[in-house]
Design a protein around this ligand. Structure first.
Ligand code: 2AM
Length: 178
């Protein structure tokens, strides 16, 4: 199965993010239900590996914290913008949790993640979008700032590739202490 570790987002925040959606013809918007913040992508694993991963994550001790989504931006590949996202206000507690997850997963036998952690909530894939429209969106929503949320758990998700959008299933939620 294909796994990743992420923060799910409470409904009011997903609803708020959904109000940003639109105005970029050709963008493939992420359905509200799928909006999340990935801590670590794992990829395909077999059942024994999944078990190891679950054990390692369950042994992780972390504390709850507040998180604020702020700003919007894009990732580009080969000079083309491919992904539109909402950003995260500076958050050492989030970085700390991500670090712990990374350590736990290495303990479970995964190769270290080489890419730097860039916390974001993907809003859309931009395959066929016009650059001016993307720039317009980023300008219009630059000052986006959501209400802070309290993060008191993180989640191991499985992902199945669907026809239109991927289908994510929360497999296990791991609590963070108060
Ligand atoms: P993204 O939001 O930046 O696209 C489930 O697919 C989650 O895992 C998504 O949040 C996605 O990040 C991330 N993801 C998917 N494939 C990935 C890959 N090959 N490397 C890193 N992250 C990936």
């Amino acid at each position: 199965m294909r796994l990743f570790v992420a923060l799910d987002l409470p409904w009011p925040l997903r609803e708020h993010l959904a109000t940003l959606i639109g105005g970029i013809p050709g963008a493939r918007w992420v359905p509200d239900d799928n909006l999340h913040l990935t801590l670590r992508f794992i990829g395909e694993v077999n059942a024994p590996q999944a078990e190891e991963i679950d054990l390692a994550l369950a042994a992780l001790r972390g504390r709850a914290f507040a998180l604020t989504l702020a700003g919007v931006g894009t990732f580009a590949k080969g000079g083309r913008e491919t992904q539109l996202w909402a950003g995260v206000a500076r958050n050492p507690a989030l970085d700390h949790l991500q670090n712990k997850v990374e350590t736990a997963l290495q303990r479970a036998g995964l190769e270290p993640e080489r890419r730097r952690f860039t916390p974001h909530v993907t809003l859309a894939r931009l395959d066929n979008a016009v650059p001016q429209k993307i720039a317009g969106f980023v300008q219009a929503h630059n000052l986006f700032r959501a209400e802070p949320i309290r993060v008191d758990h993180f989640t191991l998700f499985s992902s199945r590739l669907g026809k239109e959008a991927s289908v994510y299933t929360a497999e296990v939620a791991y609590p963070l202490s108060a």
